[in-house]
Design a protein. Structure first.
Length: 415
């Protein structure tokens, strides 16, 4: 009696952490403004310490040369000394030497007290001035670096595919204005280049699609003729399949060219819904190949283009189904929110993939250990398009070999 084969084991849990490395204390980031503040404040603090030392030495010298006796004669016949600051001279029966020593000690004590008081007050004043100096240096550094802030904001806007932005920095003709003008010139050239690229993509879309569509129509008309010879029908089917493959190649190249840019118009898109639609489209092909599709898909809403994101999921699921084992193969498609990012994971059984060939899979017209030619599984642009679309959405895609054969594909997108 035949035994029922055990269901395939679940794929191993991913150990990759999609979180980006962040510094433990972002406010301690050594920015130029902080460094300039420390430089200005440190220079003022050093100058203040030197000035305080000079004042202290000059005050000490002045007290040494201009000290006054701290006693007074209150009787003409018998010398009596009264001093609130020097009680030692009020003691009776003092010899002349003892009296002079007491007076000298009192003068030294008074001088040291004056210097200590001067030092403490100067230190408090220096502390207050240091705080003011650091605050003033921080403000001045911000004012000096404000053109760099404009350059940074413009660069961020350009990173979002807004090539029409310009810095247009006014002010003196210094190094910062020269940098801003150079950056504006570079943006002007980039805008012209991207405009030419978009124009070329539009023209190529029309010029390449039109003859292919005409060829397809002519072939379909000839194939619809019931009186056509068998050899001609077989040739027509071959040419029609070749034409369809060329259409797929053109569509893939145009999509790859368009998706290399950032997405300007973004809308909420649920990766779970996108993955489900991709699975539905590939379900028939998977059933024909005997590949089971499974996996739980939790809601993971991102901001992006729904058509392009669906293309990512469709390409990954199609590749997972087509490059699978002949029997008892499976594909697991999951979506989730992990560490504040949306993650789409497509895992499949299949041939063993060496780790050193993973990077080649994302190159156009490249497959595992072979070029694109001579295969009917696609046009060799699926993973290239997926990586390009992921980058356009601010995310990335990573692949790693699965133990036992197959791949684990992870697409991480910011929420």
């Amino acid at each position: 009696m035949a035994t029922t084969p055990a269901p395939p084991a679940a794929p191993p849990k991913p150990t990759w952490d999609p979180r980006r490395a962040e510094p433990p204390f972002p406010w301690l980031r050594p920015t130029i403004r902080i460094r300039l503040t420390l430089l200005y404040g440190g220079m003022f603090l050093i100058a203040g310490i030197m000035l305080l030392s000079i004042i202290y030495l000059l005050a000490a010298q002045a007290l040494n040369t201009g000290a006054e006796p701290l006693f007074k004669i209150v009787s003409g016949t018998a010398i009596k000394v009264s001093s609130d600051n020097c009680p030692a001279v009020q003691a009776g029966n003092l010899s002349l030497d003892e009296f002079n020593v007491a007076i000298s000690n009192c003068i030294d004590q008074q001088r040291q007290t004056a210097l200590d008081d001067l030092l403490s007050r100067s230190l408090l004043a220096l502390l207050g001035l240091a705080i003011i100096a650091f605050a003033f240096g921080y403000a001045m550094a911000g004012r000096v670096l404000s053109p760099l802030g404009r350059i940074t904001r413009t660069a961020r806007a350009v990173a979002g595919s807004d090539l029409s932005r310009r810095i247009e920095l006014d002010g003196p003709d210094d190094e910062l204005k020269e940098l801003a003008d150079t950056f504006d010139d570079m943006l002007e050239r980039l805008q012209r280049a991207f405009t030419a690229q978009q124009r070329f993509v539009g023209n190529a879309s029309h010029e390449l699609r039109t003859p292919l569509a005409i060829n397809r129509t002519l072939l379909e008309v000839h194939l619809s003729d019931p009186g056509a010879p068998v050899e001609l029908q077989q040739l027509g089917k071959t040419l029609l399949a070749t034409n369809e493959r060329s259409e797929q190649l053109v569509e893939g190249l145009l999509l790859l060219a368009r998706s290399d840019n950032q997405i300007v118009e973004r809308k909420p898109v649920d990766l779970a819904e996108v993955a489900t639609q991709a699975v539905d489209q590939v379900h028939a092909e998977a059933a024909a190949k005997g590949v089971a599709i499974r996996g739980g898909r939790a809601a993971a809403v991102v901001q992006g283009n729904g058509v392009l994101l669906e293309r990512i999921a469709l390409n990954l699921v199609q590749n997972a189904v087509r490059y699978n084992v002949p029997e008892d193969g499976w594909v697991e498609v999951t979506t989730q929110v992990q560490h504040g990012q949306a993650v789409l994971v497509v895992t499949n059984t299949g041939p063993v993939v060496p780790a050193y060939e993973i990077d080649n899979l994302f190159e156009p017209f490249r497959r595992l250990r072979t070029e694109r030619t001579g295969s009917d599984k696609g046009v060799g642009l699926g993973l290239s398009i997926a990586r390009s679309v992921a980058r356009a959405h601010g995310g990335h895609i990573a692949a790693e070999p699965r133990e036992g054969g197959g791949l684990v594909m992870r697409v991480t997108l910011p929420i």
